[in-house]
Design a protein around this ligand. Structure first.
Ligand code: PLA
Length: 422
């Protein structure tokens, strides 16, 4: 029998041991890391107890009541999946093949000849971010030393590629003084990029600027990439959110493939299908033939297996249920358009409200920009003042998630913007 005295002696002993361990904790030198500049805003916002506080930080769609929105087609697909009582076995390393096939058709086009020739192949990815990370690792292992990204770009592109062991270089993209695309600067910088380099392009709805090249400009870029023998890599995180039409939004990618480029692409289903937390995406390449594309996919699997083994199943099943069913697919196109339309209505409202509250600055760029964000032109000091004085949270670069602007908060937002910029 173990006596009470024995147990309490053991207790005292382990207390003494843990005190000793604390002084030599393996974590003693860990410093508190800064909050993430985009997702970290949510934490700061939650700590704020001001009743009228507003957050327009992370790009997550809200309905006009300010609530997260689950697309009805997603709800219906989920219902069907529950009824099927599917198993929950591991997926393959490359994920759900049916999902990948449907996703590639969604991105590259149902009748893409490169797809029919088997030259486009890919894997399911942990949404856009995971696909970018695997791609970064893949090209670094196979000889790339750097990657070129637009300036500015989505903030996380830089650490993702740095963590993949690549040096991140920038090309000009935005003319802040005119709130417009700096196409001449972009062309000039791209002309100087060494042959064979990988260059990231936002397929549509450029984050954060909301400014995309026109179709004629994409054509010029395609020709330049060919002449300079550059390796294009498309980040398609907003297909459907730019024009509201997911097919139109894939025009740049499809043009490059039709022009014969060999390239890589990540697709994210976070925004267009509203599947943020389910982490659904695809990483694919267009190779010169089917065998080459298959070899690249086999190398992607070599990156994935020791990194996270294989991707989650549920979100991919939702997307493939929708894309494989004519009725759900057409519901999706309509519901995606609905989100884009609400954002556009809010762009006009925000500009009009800024005028109504007496701002004499030109805010036309808010209406001219497309996609999820307004790149307001407010500087860091103004952003911080809005946060302190008005409890309005947007990212430090003045980017406002238009998806979080609603009929109820638009005049509050306009007031705060005007107050810090008059
Ligand atoms: N690529 C771009 C250009 C993005 O803007 C984002 C997300 C991603 C990829 C990755 O998204 P995913 O991993 O969910 O597919 N950008 C958000 C969210 C919407 C974020 O920062 O993580 C943003 O607020 O900028």
């Amino acid at each position: 029998m173990i006596s009470k005295q024995f147990i309490s002696r053991l207790g005292r002993q382990s207390q003494r041991m843990s005190a000793r361990w604390q002084s030599t904790s393996p974590f003693a030198a860990y410093e508190m890391a800064p909050l993430d500049p985009i997702i970290g805003l949510n934490e700061e916002f939650q700590r704020d107890d001001f009743p009228q506080k507003v957050i327009v930080g992370v790009g997550a769609y809200r309905d006009d009541a300010g609530k997260p929105y689950v697309l009805p087609c997603v709800r219906e697909a989920e219902q069907r999946l529950v009824e099927q009582k599917l198993d929950m076995e591991y997926s393959g390393i490359a994920g759900d093949q049916k999902f990948v096939d449907l996703s590639l058709k969604f991105g590259y086009g149902e009748d893409s000849s490169a797809l029919k020739e088997g030259r486009i192949q890919g894997v399911q990815a942990l949404s856009g971010t995971g696909g970018l990370r695997v791609f970064g690792e893949l090209i670094r292992r196979h000889g790339q030393k750097h990657i070129y990204v637009p300036n500015p770009t989505w903030g996380n592109h830089i650490p993702i590629f740095q963590n993949s062991g690549l040096e991140v270089r920038k090309y000009r993209y935005y003319d802040a003084s005119n709130s417009s695309l700096d196409f001449d600067g972009m062309i000039k910088d791209i002309q100087d990029i060494p042959a064979g380099s990988c260059v990231l392009l936002h397929a549509c709805a450029h984050n954060p600027t909301g400014m995309d090249p026109t179709l004629e400009q994409w054509k010029q870029l395609s020709e330049l990439f060919k002449k300079k023998q550059l390796f294009p890599f498309f980040d398609a995180a907003y297909q459907g959110f730019a024009s509201g039409d997911a097919i139109l939004d894939a025009a740049s990618l499809r043009m490059f493939v039709d022009d014969g480029h060999l390239l890589g692409t990540i697709q994210s289903f976070s925004k267009n299908f509203g599947l943020y937390g389910h982490r659904v995406g695809t990483l694919s390449v267009v190779g010169s033939n089917a065998d080459e594309a298959a070899r690249v996919v086999s190398q992607m699997k070599m990156v994935i297996r020791p990194m996270y083994s294989n991707p989650p199943r549920h979100g991919a099943r939702i997307v493939s249920t929708i894309l494989d069913d004519p009725k759900l697919k057409s519901d999706f196109y309509e519901q995606c358009k609905g989100m884009a339309n609400r954002i556009n209505t809010m762009r006009t409202k925000l500009r009009d409200e800024l005028e109504a509250v007496g701002s004499t600055r030109n805010w036309d760029h808010i209406v001219k920009q497309i996609g999820m964000f307004a790149y307001s032109g407010l500087n860091k000091e103004q952003v911080m003042e809005m946060r302190a004085k008005h409890h309005l949270y947007c990212t430090a670069d003045g980017r406002i998630s238009m998806a979080g602007v609603t009929t109820n908060n638009v005049s509050y937002i306009a007031n705060a913007m005007h107050d810090v910029s008059k």
